[in-house]
Write a protein that binds this ligand. Structure first.
Ligand code: ATP
Ligand code: MG
Length: 463
């Protein structure tokens, strides 16, 4: 019995079934003549049933898989195909047998245009993301230089601008500033901004014992002295070749080292301890100190010639108490940073605490503020607080309590008669006290009130 006659007999039922399938189905006989073409195929290829049925499949699809699978008697699965521009499908096809006899072939085409489009969009989005990621990392690279230095205070901005202007030159820079004012931060930023290809090599002159200083800075040849490494050691100056040598706490550089450093600054020659030959280095020096070098030069504890070599450009970093206007900016940023670090929602700083921050003298400058805030964030975390209030403040930072008068008159309504009278009376008392040179009996007489009343009013107005 012929399968296609069978198909014809059951045509109605089959048509219903095949038409309800989402994939395009094509059935051909063993000669490649199209016998069945479902609705999905109509839709997918825009070819009507009556046009294609009874015709050779190759008339419509010259590279159709069906004749091939019939010839080869072989199945194909998930072959990717783009029959038209902007249309993509995946085809599976296999030979059909009836009673062991090859009778034709069937193919099933799944439209994946939407998938492909989505994938393309996804790829496009991904490559956009890559571009953005690169941009962000470029920005972040910048962020590690001057962008991380916070402060809008005028004097401070001058320091930042000077540092930035000088960064790209090879001029040596001297940074003055109390502890914690950001000397190291500036030195790093200058190095990064300089674009020098070598390393940034910091050395803290106050932290290295006098007799190790020379080997730290200049290195030594193998076997130069007992206890020396066999292979010798590279000094910090050589390490900073083509980069930046940051001489921190230069005021503590021992006197006997000063001419040696001077020589490096003058001719760029470095000689390892125990070595006969000198090597030439190209370094840029940034020095920092909180000592008054000029005074040290006068006293003879710092060499004049070295001082003049170092101070071509001097950057003065103001202590925090001279840039109190920057305290809210710094405090808020540090709170944000620590909240992120400790996985907290960003905490608020209560107005009283901010006030105390602004009043405080910050002997340890920005570093002290930073440390205090970390401590407060931890306390807030442990106590599940949502605000950094005065309970989190360390004891040494004093909250200046407002007088009752300040409290009530902060929220003053200028049309409130009580307020107007209150202010007028307070001003009258203050004026009388001024006129009377703070002599209370005289002031009471001027005001024409009893002395006891004056006492009461002085207290009431917090004068
Ligand atoms: N303007 C600023 N903006 C942001 N952070 C700052 C600023 N100034 C200082 N800091 C931070 O304060 C801390 C101390 O800064 P830094 O180490 O640069 O100070 P320093 O002057 O070298 O101090 P010391 O003399 O004690 O070595 C660092 O954590 C630094 O990131
Ligand atoms: Mg430092």
């Amino acid at each position: 019995m012929n399968i296609f006659r069978l198909l014809e007999e059951r045509d109605k039922e089959l048509e219903l079934i095949l038409d309800s399938i989402q994939d395009a189905i094509t059935i051909v006989d063993k000669y490649g003549i199209t016998k069945y073409w479902n609705n999905a195929a109509v839709k997918m290829y825009g070819i009507k049933k009556e046009d294609i049925i009874g015709r050779h499949i190759k008339d419509f699809f010259p590279s159709s898989l069906l004749p091939r699978i019939i010839k080869e008697e072989k199945s194909y699965e998930n072959i990717y195909n783009s029959p038209r521009e902007n249309s993509f499908n995946i085809i599976s096809a296999s030979p059909l047998y009836y009673n062991g006899q090859l009778v034709g072939g069937i193919s099933l085409d799944r439209d994946v245009t939407d998938h492909i489009r989505t994938t393309e969009l996804l790829n496009k989005a991904r490559s956009n993301l890559d571009v953005l990621r690169k941009e962000v990392s470029a920005i972040n690279k910048n962020r590690s230089s001057f962008y991380t230095i916070l402060g809008n205070n005028l004097k401070f901005r001058e320091a930042v601008n000077l540092a930035r202007d000088m960064a790209r030159s090879n001029i040596n820079i001297l940074i003055y500033g109390e502890s914690g004012t950001g000397k190291e931060l500036f030195a790093r930023a200058i190095h990064i901004e300089s674009g020098r290809e070598g390393l940034y090599v910091p050395i803290n002159c106050s932290a290295i014992p006098n007799d190790l200083m020379e080997s730290e800075l200049f290195g030594y040849a193998g076997g130069a002295f007992t206890g020396a490494l066999k292979e010798g050691k590279t000094g910090k100056i050589e390490l900073a070749h083509k980069g930046t040598l940051f001489l921190d706490e230069i005021g503590d550089l021992p006197l006997h080292m000063q001419p040696k450093i001077l020589r490096v600054l003058e001719d760029g020659m470095v000689t390892k301890i125990g070595s006969a030959k000198s090597i030439k280095v190209n370094i840029r020096v940034i020095a920092a100190t909180n000592k008054n070098l000029e005074e040290m030069v006068e006293k003879g504890t710092f060499r004049k010639d070295l001082y003049y070599r170092l101070n071509s450009v001097v950057i003065n970093l103001p202590p925090l108490r001279e840039r109190r206007d920057d305290i809210p900016l710094l405090a808020n940023r540090f709170v944000q940073d620590y909240c992120m670090e400790y996985g907290l929602n960003i905490l608020n700083i209560s107005p009283q605490v901010m006030d105390a921050f602004i009043q405080h003298d910050w002997q340890g400058n920005v570093r002290e503020l930073n440390n205090v805030i970390e401590r407060m964030v931890v306390i807030a975390k442990n106590n599940k607080l949502t605000t950094l209030d005065i309970n989190t403040l360390p004891e040494n930072i004093v909250v200046r309590r407002k007088t009752a008068v300040e409290e009530t008159h902060n929220k003053e309504n200028p049309y409130d008669l009580n307020n107007i009278l209150f202010n007028a009376e307070r001003d009258a008392v203050i004026n009388a006290m001024k006129m009377a040179n703070n002599n209370k009996s005289k002031a009471a007489k001027l005001l024409n009130i009893p002395r006891s009343t004056l006492y009461f009013k002085l207290k009431k107005y917090g004068i």
